[in-house]
Design a protein around this ligand. Sequence first.
Ligand SMILES: [Zn+2]
Ligand SMILES: [Zn+2]
Length: 267
Amino acid sequence: MEKEEMEKQKTKVVTKSAIRFSNFFTKIKVLANKVLFPDDIKCCFCGVDIPNFDERPYCDRCAKTLPFNVGHKCVICDQPIESEAIVCDFCQKEKRYFKKAFCPFLYEGAVKKTILAFKDNNQRYRAKAFAKIISNCLSDIKIDFVTYIPMTDKKQKKRSFNQSQLLAEEIAKILQKPVYSCFEKRRDLKAQKNLTYRQRREALVGTYTLKQVKLKKTDNVLLVDDVITTCATVGYCSGLLYPKVNNIYVCAIARETFKGKNERKDL
Ligand SMILES: [Zn+2]
Ligand SMILES: [Zn+2]
């Protein structure tokens, strides 16, 4: 009996030291990750150390110079408008299947540079900071789940990640809501730059499809993209979801304003 008790004590000591040992390694791992991927101590635009990432993931200097999308803008698509109008020309003429878009930045300067680095240089750690900034600008809206604009399998394999999915996952963590993959992208489109708005819209038919996802008529959805230019993609995907849910909101890191004559003529 005494021997049995001694064995028990011995096991306890071994287990305790094993736990201590594994805790020690977990701490080392967390620390190493912080050193290797210091995403929560530095300004996400210029890289200087900042005091409180969770409060604001960029520094004072960037706060003064970044192109925030805070001027007079369309109440639906968040595009800056020069006139006094409340809704832009596009949203007046096109049915919008989403209720409102939220884009904290304009797609220019340091924001454009950082987004391109995030996508093309595999800087996926930036998703956390962008998600924080986006979620801060989502006003009082009710969200039941988050979804995102997909990439084709081929492109995702090449890049190794989908930036909109990463953003959606980080935003969902902040909102404490699930992320569902609702869409599939069947083919890559040719360069869109020289296409008119109507041509862009036509090219989307059959490119994005709705997956078999369990949706409820009461669901309020947040659809995430990285940059919104014409609203053609988010508009088209919202249209696929529209008959099956309650409200669709859209968000992206930045809003690119389209000034091409082509676009205006083709309204
Ligand atoms: Zn900065
Ligand atoms: Zn608009």
